[in-house]
Design a protein around this ligand. Sequence first.
Ligand code: EPZ
Length: 421
Amino acid sequence: MHQIKIMGGVPLKGEIAISGAKNAALPLMTAALLTDEPLILTNMPHLADITSMEALLDQHGVHLSNDLNQKTLTLTANTIHNTTAPYDIVRKMRASILVLGPLVARCGQAQVSLPGGCAIGVRPIDIHLSGLRDLGAEIDLLDGYIHAKAPKGLVGTTITMPIISVTATENLMMAACLAKGETRLINAAREPEIIDLATCLMAMGADIVGAGTDTIIIQGTKRLHGATHRVIPDRIETGTYAMAAAITKGSIHLTNTSLDLIPTASAQLQRAGITLTPTDQGFQVSTSGDDIHGVDVMTEPFPGFATDLQAQMMALMTICRGASLVTETIWENRFMHVPELCRMGANITVHGSSALVRGIDTLRGAPVMATDLRASVCLVLAGLAAVGETLINRVYHLDRGYERVEDKLRGCGARIERIAE
Ligand code: EPZ
C-alpha cells in the first residue's frame, strides 16, 4: 500500500498536458465488441480502470495491442468466445456494465455480474436493463448475474429514460447500432463523452443523429467496421488541475484541452475570482493573489456542474472569502471527503444533500483517508494548499482516474511524493 505525502503551501506554476478522458475511453473500448475489425483508439490514458477494462475484454476474446508510448490501443474482436463478464472484474470497476449492450447486440446473449453498490451511492442499473428489454432482449437476474438473451437480434424502438444516465445512454446507443430499424433514445445524457462515442460509432459505419442533445436517433445496421478514433481530453482532469492552480494561488497553462469541456465549472471559477484565458492549446489559469470568493454550486447532468468535480470545488471553497453552498444531486453519498477536509481545519456542515462551507484562512496538513477517486484528488488539492504535511492513505483510488498525478504536479513545483507505508 502506498501513501501520498505533500508539503503544502507552494503556488503551482507551469504547464500540464491533459490526458485522454477515462470516461470516454471506457465505453469506446467496449464499442470494439460491435465489430470483427480492428478499432484503433489514440490519446488513450494509462490508468488502472483502463487496465481492468483490457482484462475484461481480453477474457471475452478481444485481441488487444497496447502501444503505451504512442498512447494507442488497438482492439480486435474478431471472435468473441466468452459472453460472460465475471464478478471478479465487474466488482472492481462498475463501467464493466458497458459490455452488456454490445455483447447482446453482437452475440445475441450476455451474462454480466451485477455490479452491486459503490462508495458514492447505490448505483442501480434498472435503466440499462429496461432499455434493453424495450429493444427486445429477455433479461433474468440469477445468482448475482444479469442473463440477457436476444437470439433473433434486437429491434429498434423508442426508449424514454426516466432519469438521465450516462452509461445507460452509452449502452443503449451501442446496442441500437446493430438493432433492426430505428431507435429513439429520449431524455438521453448530453455529456461530451456521449458525443465522442457517437463520433467513433459513426466512423465505424453507424447512423446516429442528435448525440449531445436529449434525443438520439439511431438507424440500426447489420454490421459495423473498424475505425481509428482519438479520445477527447479528460474534462474532469481539466477542472481538477484548474482548481489545483486556484487553491494554491498559482498559475498553470493547461494544454490538450479546452474551456468548452467545462462550461459551468469555468463560469463558477471565474465568479470566484479565478482568471481563465483561452490559448491555442487549451487555457491559462491564474489568480491575482486576491481572495477567492465563495460561490454556490449544484451538481447536475451536463452541461451543469459535474458531480465528478464537486469534491475538488469543495476543497477550493474551504479557503474562500465568505461561504459556499455545495449541493450534490447525482450521488446520495458523495460527501465522504467532508470529514477528511474538516480534519485539515475546514469548516463544513452537511445538511442532507447540501454542504455549507464557511471559508477559513488556511488549511493545515494532517493524515487523511481517501474514500473514492474524486475524494482522493480533493484531498491532494487540500494538501497542496495546506500549511505543513498531509499524508493521504488509500491512494490506489487515484490511479484509477489520474495519470501520473504526482509527476504532473511536481512539474509545477508541488512538493508531492508517493511513499511505501
Ligand atoms: C457516469 O456514471 C460516470 N462513469 C461517473 O463517473 C459520473 O459520476 C456519472 O456518470 C455522473 O456524471 C462513467 O462514465 C464510467 P449515471 P454512471 O448512470 O453512468 C441514477 C468518476 O468519478 N441511475 O449517469 O454510472 C444514478 O443512481 C465516476 O469517474 C438510476 O437510477 O452514472 C444516479 O443518481 C463516478 N438507474 C444518476 O442516475 C440507472 O439504471 C446518474 O447516474 C442508472 C443510473
